[in-house]
Structures are given as structure tokens and as C-alpha cells.
Design a binder for this molecule. Sequence first.
Ligand SMILES: N[C@@H](CCC(=O)N[C@@H](CS)C(=O)NCC(=O)O)C(=O)O
Length: 396
Amino acid sequence: MAAIRNLARFTERAKFLNKCYFASQNGIQRSFSTNGAVIGLSRETQALVKFGLISAATGVAVGAGYAYYRINETRKNIALEGTELNTVLLEHKPPITPSRKIAYSGDTTGLKLTLFQYQTCPFCCKVRAFLDYYGISYDIVEVDPVLRKEIGWSLYKKVPILLTQVESGYQPLNDSTMIVSLLASYLYDRSQKIEEFADYYPSIGMHDETGKFKYEIINKYFLMFNNQLPKNRTMDDIIEERKWRKWADDVFVHTLSPNVYRTLDESYKTFNWFSEIGKWEEYFPMWERLLIVNVGAMAMWLIGKRLKKRHRLKNDVRQSLYDEANYWLRGIKARGTIFMGGNKPDLSDLAIYGILKSIEGCDAFQDLKTHTNIGVWYNAMKEQVDAHSGSANLSR
Ligand SMILES: N[C@@H](CCC(=O)N[C@@H](CS)C(=O)NCC(=O)O)C(=O)O
């Protein structure tokens, strides 16, 4: 996305893509179909239109190539940004108006949260699944994935970021897993403050395999209990939950991109669904939305192939998705319950559900439902989350 942002700046200056797209009222699909557009026009106009379309296609291809290069460069570094700043408090709330508010009347937590997110980012979906399940109210700021001006106040440049109002200011929490662990710990033990819990999730600096120095949040899968385990849970349950949450982050989430961007056509469908579900038409100017969709779809299609190799997915990437989903379902079967957490979802159920929800509108998800039994568990999860069933566990 950083690459797309850079590219956007470049294209904004060139005003190149804009003109081409504004010429096409029907938007994205039309921009790839020359036939419909040129019929009935004079030869000169036809030539001009053709030239425009070829230029646009070349622009998108060059853009995608550039985006591909830049994303690969930036993704090496972006994970490092700002993670060491977890515990830095902001004195004032960044002056950003929420895109929308999710309010649950039964919310007794008193938490004041603002989620900076992309609607279909799997990590953001994980956090929303948690908040919705527990019926915790929150404001949403939809971040423009191109310019990302809404998180300009943060050195950490990824989403989700959860801004929590605390006594002395605003505590930003970075990283979906850390956010969930911290909030879950807080819900178990409200004698401690959010900012105190934030101190339990420190960062460490280390060198990665390429020799680059980077920061990582340690213990982000750990829940903090005040000397006693939550009701009806054993230490084994907690360890098992941690194991699956880690699998969700380290393995399962990586099967998504190569699947939803498997072909150029699928990649376009996926981006159009992102646009629809993320209400990009409402939040972003048309030129920017079309830029994200076109450049994003091309770049991610190319990147998907690299990710497939990096995460050692099978040639038929769908099979890897099915295999991992079946691995998860076997895990649940071994416990003999509806959810991994028993009769109620635990944090691993919520993580896998959130991750899958991020691709709900994609062909890959439909195929997954057809070729595995994931639908039964998924629908049961949907019921639990939509009914905010976790809120009952909060009243103690
Ligand atoms: N480990 C992080 C990963 C977050 C992440 O990679 N988010 C992506 C969006 S899906 C992101 O913001 N990438 C940077 C960008 O879009 O520029 C988490 O769990 O929150």
C-alpha cells in the first residue's frame, strides 16, 4: 500500500490516469473494454480514445510494475516502523472525524476506542470480530490506503491501530494480536489500566534473517491474569488457544492473498468487492478509488505469486487454503466441541473468523465453503459475533 501511495502521488502530478478514467463513466470494467467505448465515434476521436486507452493500460501496467517493486522493498521495512512506540501516550486526540460509530447499548466496559482500519484488512477484521463479539462500542476511521493521511499522526504505518482514551491522554495500540491480547487481559482484570497493560507488551530490537535491524512486540499472544485463570478455563485451554492464534498469524492468513489475487480477473473482482464493502465511493474521490482498484489489482496479482512462493503454498493455491482450513476443523473435532473454545468461541475462533470474514465476498471463500465443511463452524461463529454473545461473559 505504501507503494500505491507513492504511485498515487506520482500519478496525481501527472494527472494521467484521472483523465482516462473520467472519460469512462462506467468506471473500471469499461476502461478495459475498448469495443463499447469507440463505436459511433469519428475516426479521429476513435484514434484518440484508442490512444487514451492504450496509454491508460500502459500506465496501469507500469504503475503495477512499479508498485510491485516498491511494495517488495517497503514491506521489508514497514513492519519495523513505530512498534517500539507502543507505550507512548498522546496528549491530545488526533483531529480526525470518525467515518462511523459502532454503538452497543449493553456495553459496560466504559472503553472509548477508535479503530483506524481498512474494512477488508484481515488484521482489522480480527479486531472487529473481537469487539463485536464482546459488544464493545468503538468509532471507526476508515483509512485511505493510498494517502493514509488519517494515520499521519502515527509513526506506525500499518493498520489496525486502536486508539484508547485513558486518564492522561490517548494510548495507541498497534498490531491486531497485541490489541486483542491486551483488551482480553483488561476484560479479565479491570483493576489495571489499559496503559499499564500496554507496558506488558514491550518491543525488542533484533536482526532478521537478511541482517536488517527490526523491532518486534514480544509476548503478543500472552494474556495477563491477576493470579487466577478466567472461569471454566484451564492452563491447557489457554496454551491451546495461543497455539492456534499463532498459527492464524503465521500460517493461515498467508493462504489468503495468493488465493484472492490468484488470477488478474479474481484480483479485480476482489478489489471491486473491497471498494464496495469499504464504501470507497463514499470515502475517497473517484480518481483515487479507480487508481487503488486498478493499480492495486495488478500489483497484488503479481505480488500474490511471490507470496505463494514465500509461504510455500501448493501450485494449486486453493488446495493450500482447503488444507489449512481442514487442519483447523480437525483441531476443533479433536476437542469435540462446536468451537475451539468449547461451546463458546475463544480468541483463536475469533481470529480465524475475522481472517475469513475479510474474504467473504471473494470467489476463494465460496470455493472454500464448497470444498470443505468450514461453513458450519463459520455460520455458528457469525451467529455468536452478530449476537454479541461474549458480552454475557463480561458482566461479573
Ligand atoms: N502484524 C500486523 C499486520 C498488520 C498489516 O500488515 N496491515 C496491513 C493491512 S492488511 C498494512 O497496514 N500494511 C501497510 C500498508 O497498507 O501500507 C497486525 O497483526 O496488525
